[in-house]
Design a protein around this ligand. Structure first.
Ligand code: ADP
Length: 362
C-alpha cells in the first residue's frame, strides 16, 4: 500500500541533455498510472528515477510519504518488470520466482506459499520446472510478473514490458495485467509508447513530450478534452484530423473546400479569433458520411478505401488537406475517386491556437 509523489523532478544527462523537466505527479495508493509519449520523451528515465536506478538531478520522490531520493533500489520496496524479462537463464521457473525471497532469507515454506499464489494468478503451475529458454515470450513475461507478485512490493514499475511480444500476445498480456491489478491492487506505474496500451491499462494516463508532462487525466478525459494539438494527435487511433481554418465573421470556420458553422460553447471561445487562422481538429471516428444539419457538412474526394471487414476507413482529400474518416459501414459502396459528403456533428470539433497549439476549446 503506497502512494507515489513526484515533485519538480528533473534529470540532466551531462550539461546538454535535459531529459526530464519539472515533472509533478501524485499517484494514489493502488492506482494504475500509465506514462505515455513518443520515444525519447523521458518516460523510462522518470520510471528509473522512481526505482532508484537513475540519480535525480533535482526535485523529490516520495513513496508512501517517505522521501526516497537517496535510497538504493533494494530499499525502496519496488518491483520492476522490463521489456527483456530479465530472467535468470540457468534457473527454472520456480527458482526464478524464489530468487528474490531466498536472498532475503525468507523461510522456504513461506516462499512456496507465495509462489503457489502467484502461479495460481498467472497460470504458471505447469511451467515450474522449465528453464526460460523453454518458454514462449508471453510465458517468460508472465514469470517476470510472477517474480514481482511474490515479493509483495509497495509498488510495481513496468518499463515497456509488452514491446517484445507480437500484437496478439500483447493484447492478451494487457488483459492479464489488468486482471492482475484487480486481484492484487498494487500501486503501479506503466511506461509505454503505445497509446492503446496506456488507454486500456491506466486508471489515469500521463502524456509526456520532450521531458515535460503535457496532460494527466483519465483515458476518456484526455481523449475528449486534449489540452493541446500534440496530445490530441497522440491519443486516439486513427489520429485526429487537423485542418487549418480561418474564423469568419459569422463564426463560420472556412478552409479550402470547407465551411462549418460553429455553435456554442465553441463559438464564444472562438470569438477572440475572428479573422485569424486556427487549427480545427476532428477525430476520424466522429466524421459521418452523408449530409448533416445545416452548416455542418462538406465535400471531399476519396483517395484510398481500406476495407477492414468490420468497417471501412477512408483516406480523403479536402482541398489541400488529407483527412481520415473511420467507422464507415463495411457494406457502403464507395470507391477511390468518389466525391462524398461528410458531416461533423456539433460538440465534436476541437480548436487549437495556430501558434501555441494549445486548445482554444475542445
Ligand atoms: P523514453 O523512455 O521516453 O523513450 P528515455 O527516458 O529513455 O525516453 O530518454 C529520454 C532522453 O534522455 C532521450 O533523449 C535519451 O536519449 C536520453 N537518455 C536516456 N538515457 C541516457 C543516458 N544514460 N545518457 C544520456 N542520455 C540519455
Amino acid at each position: 500500500m503506497a502512494s507515489i509523489s513526484l515533485d519538480k523532478l528533473n534529470k540532466h544527462y551531462g550539461s546538454l541533455h535535459h531529459a526530464v523537466k519539472d515533472v509533478d505527479l501524485e499517484i494514489a495508493d493502488k492506482e494504475f498510472v500509465a506514462l505515455v509519449g513518443p520515444s525519447g520523451c523521458g518516460k523510462s528515465t522518470t520510471l528509473r528515477m522512481i526505482a532508484g536506478l537513475e540519480d535525480i538531478s533535482g526535485g523529490e520522490i516520495r513513496i508512501d510519504g517517505k522521501v526516497v531520493n537517496h535510497l538504493p533500489p533494494r530499499d525502496r520496496d519496488v518491483a520492476m518488470v522490463f521489456q527483456n524479462y530479465a530472467l535468470y537463464q540457468h534457473m527454472n521457473v520456480y527458482d526464478n520466482l524464489a530468487f528474490g525471497l531466498r536472498n532475503k532469507k525468507v523461510p522456504e515454506s513461506e516462499i512456496k506459499a507465495a509462489i503457489d499464489r502467484a502461479a495460481g494468478i498467472l497460470g504458471l503451475h505447469e511451467l515450474m520446472k522449465r528453464k526460460p529458454r523453454q518458454l514462449s515470450g508471453g510465458q517468460q513475461q508472465r514469470v517476470a510478473l510472477g517474480r514481482c507478485i511474490v515479493r509483495n512490493p509497495l509498488v510495481f514499475l513496468f518499463d515497456e514490458p509488452l514491446s517484445n511480444l507480437d500484437a496478439k500476445l500483447r493484447a492478451q498480456m494487457r488483459i492479464e495485467i489488468k486482471r492482475l491489478h484487480a486481484q492484487v491492487p498494487t500501486t503501479s506505474v506503466f511506461v509505454t509508447h503505445d497509446q492503446v496500451e496506456a488507454m486500456t491499462l491506466g486508471d489515469r494516463i500521463v502524456v509526456m513530450r520532450d521531458g515535460r508532462v503535457q496532460q494527466v487525466g483519465t483515458p476518456l478525459s484526455v481523449y475528449s478534452k486534449p489540452v493541446n494539438r500534440f496530445v490530441a494527435g497522440f491519443i486516439g487511433a486513427p489520429a485526429m484530423n487537423f485542418i487549418e481554418v480561418t474564423v469568419g465573421p459569422a463564426l463560420a470556420v472556412t478552409a479550402d473546400g470547407l465551411r462549418l458553422m460553429v455553435t456554442e460553447p465553441a463559438a464564444q471561445a472562438l470569438g477572440a479569433y475572428r479573422g485569424r487562422k486556427v487549427i480545427l481538429g476532428v477525430r476520424p471516428e466522429h466524421l459521418v458520411l452523408g449530409e448533416g444539419a445545416e452548416g455542418r457538412s462538406f465535400d471531399c474526394v476519396v483517395e484510398v478505401v481500406e476495407q477492414l471487414g468490420s468497417e471501412i476507413l477512408l483516406e480523403a482529400r479536402l482541398g489541400g488537406t488529407r483527412i481520415t474518416i473511420a467507422r464507415v459501414a463495411a457494406e457502403t459502396a464507395v470507391a477511390a475517386g468518389d466525391r462524398v459528403r461528410v458531416s461533423a456533428p456539433p460538440g465534436r470539433l476541437h480548436f487549437f491556437d495556430a501558434e501555441t497549439e494549445t486548445a482554444i476549446v475542445g
